[in-house]
Write a protein that binds this ligand. Sequence first.
Ligand code: ADP
Ligand code: MG
Length: 383
Amino acid sequence: MAASKPVCKLVSHVIVDLDGTLLNTDSVANQILKSFLAKLGKKWDSKSAHRIVGRTPLEAAAAVVEDYQLPYSKEEFLSMITPLFADQWCNIRPLAGANRLIKHLRSNGVPMALASNSPKSNIEAKISCHNGWKESFSAIVGGDEVEDGKPSPNIFLEAAKRMNTEPSSCLVIEDSVAGVTAGNAAEMEVIAVPSIPKQVDKLSSASEVVNSLLDLQPEKWGLPQFEDCTLPIEPWYIGGPVIKGFGRGSKVLGIPTANLSAESFSDILSEHTSGVYFGWAALFTRGIYKMVMNIGWNPYFANTEKTIEPWLLHEFDEDFYGEELRLAIIGYIKPEANFPSLESLIARIHEDGRIAEKALDLPLYAAYRDSPYLTNPLPESNS
Ligand code: ADP
Ligand code: MG
């Protein structure tokens, strides 16, 4: 049996990092660097992204200049790319669960600070694009306001000071190695939410590592727990012919899952964190059905490939391999988990099915049944 988790320290204040933790800055940074380097005849390798994540802008610039042997000083390079970033501030999207976390802590009166290696003016420009963010932070500390950025603890210590609290009352939420190191050095509790999955090992000094902000359990730290049992997400759509899966859905679990080709969707799947989701499923010749699905590696079966496993909440008299299946994924239920037994896994999937079944009757989710992506290709009689 796994050792029981140590009891974590309780906190009253939260300090969050911005880039890579609340905002998906990396994808915009990758695009900008890719096109900048292309003009110099060089190819951006997203694998070197770990050298810039969590660093100050000048450190990140120095790493790129060195890695790609650019004919500029780090200062020159930084001054060339800064305007390119400034043009894109409002195109940086919140990461899954960021809005929910901010709203939750704010509405429960938990003081929150934002602490980022970015200069304060950049932080303010970035968060001004998101409704309700600026007013939710009782302190905002930029890398230019302290002597040393992360991994030095200074930014976090300054944030605690501005919230009039002790470092030991603060919980830091961070995606980068530099940030986790800084949080530890500040003697704060640290939750790591890795933005680069391969760095999980390097983040093990955090008190806890979670897969995404959706998986935070604030109650573990003495903070109010999330009360939503389903969470609306920005809808996304995926579809294609139903293929043969691992052949274990009906056989092993008694729960058939209509598989789509994971290969064709590896890009879109990599954007969505693993977990249990739900939404609507359309089969062109049959109709539109409620659906619950797992995205991930299925810890119980330890798959090597990330897959999606949609279970249509309807009894069919026959298989429908090869038929076009379209999915609108609109809500999140919970993180992917492992189970001590097959029975407990099956029971949990049925419970997720019941949650999805009920949630999809709520107007919030029911509306997506009429999404053009699902209804357009269906014959009149079926819609
Ligand atoms: P596989 O591993 O090939 O996906 P499963 O045991 O998971 O096999 O069965 C899935 C197949 O069962 C689907 O491809 C579909 O043709 C059929 N099926 C029947 N009822 C359902 C349902 N309610 N939800 C999903 N698939 C279903
Ligand atoms: Mg299946």
